[in-house]
Design a protein around this ligand. Structure first.
Ligand SMILES: [Zn+2]
Length: 81
């Protein structure tokens, strides 16, 4: 049985799991099935997973509303001044 590495699109949690036929993996952290299968090439892995973790964080922020994004914008504006 193949072992795949997944990144959760909702909470950014990354994990490896055995995937059996007809079985849908779930995030052990938040239980969603909205997962992204990661590439297992060691060299690009860290860059890929970091980008995916960032993307997951952005998607989560979007799902939760714009509060955090607004906070970040405020921070960035004050930082630039
Ligand atoms: Zn999750």
């Amino acid at each position: 049985m193949p072992i795949y590495e997944y990144a959760c699109r909702w909470c950014g949690h990354q994990f490896e799991t055995l995937v059996r036929a007809r079985e849908v993996p779930k995030c052990p952290s938040c239980g969603t099935e909205d997962l992204e299968r990661l590439l297992s090439l060691p060299v690009v892995k860290s860059e890929t997973t970091r980008a995916q973790a960032l993307a997951a964080a952005r998607r989560r922020d979007k799902a939760l509303g714009h509060e955090r994004t607004q906070e970040q914008l405020k921070y960035e504006r004050s930082h630039n001044d």
